[in-house]
Ligand binder design. Structure first.
Ligand SMILES: Cc1cc2nc3c(=O)[nH]c(=O)nc-3n(C[C@H](O)[C@H](O)[C@H](O)COP(=O)(O)OP(=O)(O)OC[C@H]3O[C@@H](n4cnc5c(N)ncnc54)[C@H](O)[C@@H]3O)c2cc1C
Length: 543
């Protein structure tokens, strides 16, 4: 088999691998990125969907992380305006002075988190957050509301509050799509580079790494540098490369999505970021018409089998009842649930919530048995992927004796390119049925133009999610490396996560994919059975 020399091989196409791939391709390097599953199907599909400065990291004294995260948040609002949006946030406050002593102890290195944050502590925190978020600022500063104002703004809120803080963070509407768009941007920048999803890592020997692509083709690559971007699977991938490491000590976090119109009406587009009764921070906000509630934080290490457990659901529902006694909550409102493992650095710290969210990139140098160094991307947050990628790309460039050509700081991502200043004007000019261009622009950014064209004058809507059309799904299937039904309904679209997928629509989409990907009847049935089992078993969906 011929061996292909390349500059960099990236194993894992979550947000960190994809961000680095884009950066290195922009610098003119020849890269291959490969994921054992779909792009963005690991932890990167399971976040709280916040693009945030990490206000809670002020408590642990991680000021550098807050400074970097707020900057990256502000940059993403500009570079991915189709996907990342401002999120007004309200923090209910239950006392005036609590938490100051505990905060000071935590800053001094104690490993027990503050259990209550009073108004004074909160005011200091919000002022600091504004201070750190000043670079490239695009959103308003914080405000402190009195009790009466807070209850007038959110009537079902518990009357136990004494005040509330209001500030701005951001949310990412389609994190899985943004990962894919970064991969596509990389391919656009470097015609010699390649990206493979559903690709197995077979092993490594001497100068060579062997992979098996989704169509069964074996690849033998001779990289100069290998990046291990496998998130919670980092130690497993290192083991396949012949290296024994213990870099990751993950914690599991779950979310549920509720069909709850009265809650959404009370939220009015705002997030409530609140202390649950046990002192942990939880959140609830309107995510594409569902109430997204999260998250838990418990030690775990099986990234392949994570699932939102009954105890976690009870915890969320109880926390909501306590926060919003004016509303009713029960399991029948749940339309979807998901879980992921935070790929945090291995640590023996006692409280999962206090393990640092900062990132690092340890290097294992070449040896007699292996010609290339392995750089592992450990930790980090979704929000900070660009800065992390920039740091690691600079390390790779200097090892390869190359210079940076392009900064990613102001580079638009995917459908954020040529994004209109006035979406309404763009939509009016783009044509199509009334409202359709605006819907597609919000979903795909300026890529919407190609999809509108593919839809033509009379597209066919899905029965139970009529704002999706078969022509749109066909376009995604042909242009976005869709390899299976799950890729399309769980990551290229928000059909699954918003709980809007019905069995009859799933069946129809399977038929469409069978045509595009040339499946025979048994393959089509197998895909349907597999996706149905996954959505009902792992994601609490009713199909
Ligand atoms: C509950 C929860 C809430 C969070 N909320 C937020 C938030 O709101 N905002 C925020 O900024 N961050 C948040 N995070 C953190 C953020 O999601 C992660 O830091 C980030 O997604 C990690 O990305 P990654 O690319 O390192 O890992 P992953 O996304 O897990 O990517 C690793 C990839 O490697 C692939 N892989 C595994 N084995 C192999 C192999 N053998 N060969 C090839 N590929 C392989 C996997 O399939 C996977 O796609 C949250 C995390 C969790 C768990």
């Amino acid at each position: 088999m011929t061996e292909t020399p390349i500059d960099v091989l990236i194993l894992g196409a979550g947000i960190n691998g994809a961000g680095l791939f884009r950066d290195l391709c922009e610098q003119g390097l020849t890269c291959v990125i490969a994921d054992k599953g779909d792009y963005g199907s690991g932890t990167s599909a399971a976040p709280s969907r916040l693009i945030h400065g990490g206000i809670k990291y002020l408590e642990t004294g991680e000021f550098r992380l807050v400074a970097q995260s707020t900057l990256e948040r502000n940059l993403l609002l500009r570079n991915a305006p189709h996907c990342v949006h401002p999120l007004p946030t309200v923090i209910p406050i239950f006392s005036w002075f609590k938490g100051i002593g505990a905060a000071v102890r935590t800053l001094m290195g104690s490993t027990t988190a503050p259990r209550a944050r009073g108004a004074v502590l909160m005011k200091i925190g919000l002022a600091l957050y504004d201070f750190y978020g000043a670079r490239a600022r695009v959103m308003p500063r914080h405000a402190l509301w009195g009790r009466a104002r807070a209850l007038a703004e959110i009537p079902p809120l518990t009357p136990r509050i004494v005040a509330a803080g209001r500030y701005y963070d951001a949310t990412v509407a389609h994190p899985e799509r943004l990962v894919l768009e970064l991969v596509q941007d990389g391919l656009r920048a470097s015609s010699a580079s390649r990206a493979f999803n559903h690709c197995a890592l077979l092993g490594a020997e001497g100068a060579t790494v062997r992979l098996c692509a989704v169509d069964g083709t074996e690849l033998a690559l001779r990289p100069r540098v290998v990046i291990n971007a496998a998130g919670p699977w980092i130690d497993a991938v290192n083991a396949t490369l012949g290296l024994q490491t213990r870099l990751i000590g993950g914690t599991k976090g779950s979310h549920i999505l509720l069909d709850h119109p009265a809650l959404l009406a009370a939220l009015k587009g705002r997030m409530i970021y609140f202390e649950a009764d046990d002192g942990r921070i939880c959140l609830v906000f309107d995510y594409l018409g569902r109430a997204l509630v999260g998250s838990t934080d418990t030690r775990a290490d099986d990234p392949d089998g994570v699932r939102c457990e009954d105890g976690e659901i009870d915890y969320f529902l109880q926390s909501l009842r306590s926060l919003l006694p004016g509303l009713a909550f029960d399991r029948s409102q749940i339309v979807y649930a998901y879980s992921g493992i935070r790929p945090l650095p291995a640590s023996d710290g006692s409280a999962a919530g206090l393990i640092s969210r900062d990132h690092s990139a340890p290097v294992i140098e070449p040896s007699d048995a292996r010609d290339w160094p392995v750089i592992s991307l450990v930790g980090g947050k979704w929000t900070t992927f660009r800065g992390f990628a920039e740091e690691v790309a600079d390390t790779v460039l200097s090892r390869l004796g190359r210079a940076r050509r392009v900064s990613t700081r102001d580079l638009p991502i995917g459908g954020g390119r040529d994004y209109p200043a006035d979406p309404a004007v763009w939509a009016a000019e783009a044509g199509g049925a009334p409202g359709r261009a605006a819907t597609l622009l919000a979903r795909y950014g300026t890529t919407a133009r190609a999809i509108l064209q593919a839809e033509g004058a009379a597209p066919t809507s899905l029965e139970d999610a009529p704002d999706y059309t078969l022509e749109e799904l066909g376009w995604l299937s042909r242009n976005e490396q869709v390899q299976g039904l799950e890729d399309l309904v769980m990551r290229r679209t928000a059909l699954a996560v918003t709980g809007r997928l019905s069995m009859r629509d799933l069946d129809r989409i399977a038929g469409l994919l069978a045509e595009v990907l040339n499946w025979d009847a048994p393959r089509r049935e197998a895909e349907l059975a597999q996706v149905r089992a996954r959505l009902t078993g792992r994601h609490h969906m009713r199909l």
